[in-house]
Every structure is written in C-alpha cells, then in structure tokens.
Design a protein around this ligand. Structure first.
Ligand SMILES: *Cc1c(COP(=O)(O)O)cnc(C)c1O
Length: 465
C-alpha cells in the first residue's frame, strides 16, 4: 500500500515512511492511495479477539511490515491495557458504550500512541535512525505520548505544557514519568505559545533535520489506523448481542481523528448507517455538517478540554474524499480557508451540502453535566465529560434497527471536578491516578521562547546520547 498527499504533491511512499514523515512535504496529510473493500472478509473477522482483528485490519495498510513483526508490534501495543477485551463494550440504558479508556493514561489516545511508540521503535531499529519527538499538549495527548515512548531506544520525547494551566491530575501523569528519554517542559505561557514553538522548531528546516525531529499529533496516519480496529470490534460485539445488521456510532470530536477512523472503517465496508459527530460549544464541525460551511470561531473553555478546538487538523483528510480524490480541489479549499477563514463545500447545484452518513450536534456545558448526572442516577454509570457530549448528541439519533454505540474516550477519574459538579459527589477515582499523588516529579521550567526551548533540547540531547 502506498500513501499520497491530500494535496497531490510528492511521490507515493510506503507505510513505514509515512510513520516517520507525519505531515506531507506539500503541507497536506497522508492517505492510503485506496481503501480496501473488506465486505467479503467480515464474516471471518467477526469472532476474532481484539489483537487478531487489529492484525487483519492493519496489515492491509502496513504491508511493508512482515507478518510476524506486525503481530508482535500489535501484541506489545495492547499489553498495557487493563481489560482482556482491550476496548470492551457495555450496554448502558438505551445505548452501548465502547470503553476506550483502559490504557495506561486512561484516555482513548493510548490505543493509538501505544501502537505508534512500538512502530517508531521498529522502524528506527531497522533504519538505524533516531528521533526527537516534540509535542505541545493541553492535557491528554502529552501523557499518552509520554507513556507510548518512555524507556524506548533511539527516541526522546519533549513535551511542552503551559505551566500551571493543565489539570493537576494531567500534570502528574506527565511529570511523574522520569525515564531518561522523557523531558517535560513547563512553558511560562499559554497552550498557543507551546504550539507556536513546536511549529517554529519544525519550520527551521536545518535545525529540524540536524536534530531528527518527529511528531506524534493526530495528523500521523498510524494514529488513525490504530483506531480503525475498535469500530469493527464494537460493531461485531453489538451486532452479535442484538441481532442487528448495522450500527451507528456517537463520537465526541475535536480534531476529527477518532471519527475519521470510523469513516475509514465505513468506507472499508463495515455496516454503519450513521456516524454521529458531537462537539461541545467549540462547534466548527457541527456547523459544517449541518450547513456545509466550515468557518473558524474563537475557542471557549469547557469541561471537555480535549475538544476545545476550532480548526480540526484531520478534517483535510475528509475533504479529500468529499472532493472524490481531486487534490487540486482540496488545495483550493485549504488555501481559501487559510486566507478567508471559511470555506463552503458545494453540491452540483452550488448549494451547501451535507453528508448523509454524518449527523452532527453539540452538547453545551449544562447539557454535558446533566447527561453525566442522569446516567449516574438512572444507570449507575459514570461518563467523563467528553463521553457525555457524545452521549447527549447520540441520544438524539437513536434508531430501532441500528443500535447506537457511544465512544467513551476518557475515564471519569481524569475529570473529577466536572463529575463532582454534575453529581454533587466525589465519585471519580482511579487507583492509577491516586497512586501518583506522592511520587517525585521532574519538569523543567522554560520561557515561552523558541530559542530557549531549542537550547534545553540541545543540552538534553548532548547529555543523553
Ligand atoms: C482527544 C480527545 C477527544 C477528541 O478526539 P479527536 O480525535 O481529536 O476528535 C475526545 N475525548 C478525549 C478524552 C480526548 O482526549
């Protein structure tokens, strides 16, 4: 399988190169040149355990990794999950909840970042290269990335968070990791400062090449790929349990990475009749999927901070399919968006269009807290605030013949304050988080300045060859 850019530049590259490349050289995102049709395979896949199913799905896209190696990588990537099903599905009231939070940092990002860490190690070992991963985080991504690469050979990770502006639990999840190849940087500034510094470092091409910079954000195709499996896995479980022949998914959405994996699964032939996209007040995607107009707004803070995003970094991948693979069209849209801050995706008649597969809605803060409260009261089940946004919107799209599977993207204990606000009780705990309370931490405080960060990185690289 070869990979191409959504903007048509460059030459097609194999899977292992896409893993290290991240962003295409022409500024586009990488996609497989075709999506395999697996409808004839579904019957045989239906009873597979998670790891075996992941192997069947991933090998179609990663055919430059020998079978035995891929098996090993996938087993290693689910090893740290504390549930035998890896991503179990439970029936809760009128919906099914796909629990994606049994990984080491209690967020769904572990599914992808455990896989990416193992992939990096594999690819680097074979190529003899090394990688210095740089990431900016407002919370969840940083800890999942750190846990994906800590202690691994040939790579270091530098994670910037805005000093004093991530939740105490999230900060501890990052700074209590003291492996030699991990450096937490508390930047005296905002999350935007952290992101700007990452961009500056990547745009300094000489410095970037000299220091072998790598990225772990969700534009990396391998992250999307790792998430495709659980759509199949959950659909099979729920179809078996209910006798239904198709399902729908409710997906709390920020950067459009998770839902895009569901989109890929659907294009592969999984019988999904709706992908229900849910946003909080930061609703650029809900507005797009209801009006056909993609227009950026300001970011407002909510109880679901990992979805407080205005410009969704994976959306360009979706636009590629909306344009029927017309890379010139994608390029025009992206250029237009950069200049005007908005685009309209037209139908034949020139009217804005909506996608019949995707339904979208938003849940505001009051609705999110009310959903948490009601699910606890009625079903004794605690939803984290991100999951609750998806459940709130998912409940508006119930159907008699297609069961609703809502993705639970974080463990409620990561967002204890919101749970307490919703239920009036201090209910959300997890032994993993509680155990971090007394542990020593390591973090370096640094000014919100690209040169200062580069200097810290250079020193660390020199100290730790
Ligand atoms: C990152 C994240 C999301 C949003 O996922 P995207 O792939 O960015 O759409 C939702 N919930 C939680 C808990 C997350 O960490």
């Amino acid at each position: 399988m070869m990979y191409i850019s959504t903007r048509g530049g460059g030459t097609p590259m194999p899977f292992q190169d896409t893993v290290l490349t991240g962003l295409a050289r022409d500024g586009g995102l990488l996609l497989p040149e075709r999506i395999p049709d697996v409808r004839g395979l579904l019957r045989g896949w239906r009873l597979l355990a998670f790891q075996d199913l992941a192997y069947e799905v991933i090998r179609l896209f990663a055919d430059d990794i020998p079978d035995a190696d891929l098996h090993r990588i996938i087993r290693a990537s689910t090893h740290a999950f504390r549930h035998p099903d890896v991503t179990p599905v439970v029936a809760v009231g009128p919906i099914h909840v796909l629990e994606l939070f049994h990984g080491p940092t209690l967020a769904f990002k572990d599914v992808a970042l455990q896989f990416l860490g193992n992939l990096f190690e594999y690819v680097l070992q074979r190529s003899g290269q090394e990688l210095n991963i740089v990431a900016a985080t407002s919370g969840d991504t940083g800890s999942a990335a750190i846990h994906g690469v800590k202690g691994r050979e040939r790579m270091r990770i530098f994670v910037m968070h805005p000093r004093g502006r991530v939740s105490p639990a999230q900060e501890r999840q990052m700074t209590t990791v003291r492996d030699a190849n991990v450096l937490n940087l508390a930047v005296d500034g905002t999350f935007d400062d952290c992101q700007r510094i990452v961009k500056d470092l990547f745009n300094d091409l000489d410095w970037r090449d000299a220091h072998h910079l790598g990225a772990v954000n969700s534009i990396n195709w391998a992250r999307v790929l790792a998430q495709v499996t659980y759509y199949f896995y959950a659909a099979f479980r729920v179809m078996d349990e209910t006798g239904a022949t198709r399902v729908r998914f409710g997906i709390p959405t920020g950067n459009f990475g998770d839902i895009f994996a569901g989109y890929v699964a659907t294009r592969m032939g999984l019988p999904v009749d709706r992908l229900v996209l849910a946003t909080n007040e930061n609703d650029i995607l809900t507005r797009f999927f209801t009006t056909g107009v993609y227009a950026a707004g300001g970011v407002v803070p909510t109880p679901s901070p990992s979805m407080d995003i205005q410009v969704a970094s994976n959306f360009e991948r979706y636009l590629f399919y909306r344009a029927d693979g017309d890379t010139e069209q994608v390029r025009r849209w992206m250029t237009h968006f950069q200049i005007e801050g908005r685009i309209t995706v037209d139908t034949v008649a020139g009217a804005p269009s909506v996608d019949p597969l995707i339904r979208a809605g938003r849940g505001d803060t009051a609705e999110t807290l009310e959903t948490i409260r009601r699910f606890w009261k009625d079903f004794g089940y605690l939803l984290d605030p991100h999951t609750a946004v998806g459940v709130h919107v998912g409940l508006q799209h119930l159907d008699e013949t297609a069961p609703m599977i809502c993705l639970a993207t974080a463990h409620p204990a990561k967002f204890g304050a919101a749970i307490k606000q919703a239920t009036g009780q201090d209910l959300a705990h997890h032994p993993i988080l509680d155990a971090l309370a007394g542990l020593p931490t390591r973090v370096e405080i640094v000014a919100a300045d690209t040169r200062a960060v580069a200097a810290v990185m250079e020193r660390k690289i020199a100290q730790n060859p």
